[in-house]
Design a protein around this ligand. Structure first.
Ligand code: F1P
Length: 346
């Protein structure tokens, strides 16, 4: 959080600086729309960005899979800003999406981990995440760093547009400053997460459900499990369960809920009841001290309380650990999963 390139927060003053996109500060006040393009984990970070930018800066955001966007004929104008997100900075689909948007006159920002990679060279401006190289193929710390940058961008744009009060910014930035400590606390559940992994490691399917900013977290939890343990997993908005996935639930199906105490807590509780009524196995990520979900869930993993804006930064950590332990227990190579490439350059 402290190392995002040329990005700095001043919690006491309620101020965000993002040097990487400073020269576009004026333009940001008047843009009509932001289009986020990315693939895989980076796309999930983009979804978090959508929630935060729309909530705080009140700019409409669309999040597109670059792998699909590049092949259609989207409407893009010179009033649009495209944010391209990529860990490797070399993903061919994301590069093609950038080229197309650039030809149509859009301003392109990049959020990349690797300085000197191809994507930063194609963009007009951007922010490096400085997460350091991912040792494995599957993106983990890059996600945390991308979400951090998007959070800063959302606050920066809100500050530029005047859609947030200084006192609210002070409150949010003060909390953001302490998120690393909360992530540290989340990591302390490692032993418990290992026990949960042991219980569900032989499953053939797994469902991840969340609401609000817990939805992209659910998607990312499912993707990590798929990528490194080869268990079929799906992430859904919890409210979407009744439109199909509910048919899959039986005693063999683990369902991982993001069930922290935020605005959708009560609704998530009723989704958990629906799963329990069908004998599904519930694993819930809950806020420390929770009692309601604990009465129903088979396993609860606690994380520190936080503003909903920061939930993805904390709640993703136990899900990454869960996938990691399951993959190791199943004898999978967590660093080099089969069929996956670090940079998808074709
Ligand atoms: C996108 C991505 C990763 C995934 C895997 C394949 O890469 O889909 O999210 O974990 O490594 O590529 P990038 O554009 O973020 O480098």
């Amino acid at each position: 959080i402290k190392d995002c390139m040329r990005g700095r927060i001043y919690p006491e003053e309620g101020k965000v600086q993002l040097g990487g996109i400073k020269e576009f500060a004026e333009k940001l006040k008047n843009i009509d729309r932001i289009i986020i393009v990315a693939c895989g984990t980076s796309w999930h970070a983009g979804l978090v960005g959508e929630y935060l930018i729309e909530e705080y800066a009140r700019i409409p955001v669309e999040v597109e899979y670059a792998s699909e966007f590049r092949y259609r004929n989207p409407i893009i104008t010179e009033k649009d800003v495209v944010i391209a997100i990529s860990q490797s900075g070399e993903t061919a689909d994301t590069m093609a999406a950038i080229e197309m948007a650039k030809e149509r006159g859009a301003t392109i920002f990049g959020i990349c981990n690797v300085a000197g990679a191809s994507i930063p060279r194609l963009t007009h401006a951007g922010v490096y995440t400085h997460a350091g190289p991912e040792i494995g193929v599957a993106s983990t710390k890059a996600f945390t760093a991308q979400v951090t940058v998007l959070t800063l961008m959302a606050f920066y744009m809100a500050q530029q547009k005047g859609t947030i009060t200084t006192s609210k910014l002070i409150e949010l930035l003060t909390e953001l400053d302490h998120i690393p400590e909360k992530i540290q606390v989340a990591l302390e559940s490692n032993d418990l997460i290992k026990e949960v992994a042991e219980k569900i490691k032989d499953s053939t399917n797994c469902l991840f459900l969340g609401r609000g900013s817990g939805f992209p977290v659910a998607l990312e939890g499912a993707l990590k499990l798929k990528e490194i343990s080869y268990i079929h997993a799906e992430g859904y908005p919890a409210a979407e369960m009744k439109h199909g996935p509910i048919a899959l639930i039986d005693e063999e199906m683990p369902v991982v809920f993001i069930a922290t105490q935020n605005s959708s807590y009560e609704k998530v509780i009723s989704n958990i009841q629906e799963v329990k009524a069908r004998k599904g196995k519930v694993i819930a990520i809950v806020t420390q001290g929770d009692t309601e979900v604990k009465k129903m869930a088979d396993y609860c993993i606690e994380i520190p309380d936080a503003n909903e804006a920061f939930l993805p930064l904390i709640a993703t950590i136990p899900l990454q650990l869960l996938s990691y332990h399951i993959a190791v227990m199943r004898g999978c190579n967590v660093d080099q999963p089969r069929n996956l490439a670090k940079s998808v350059t074709v």
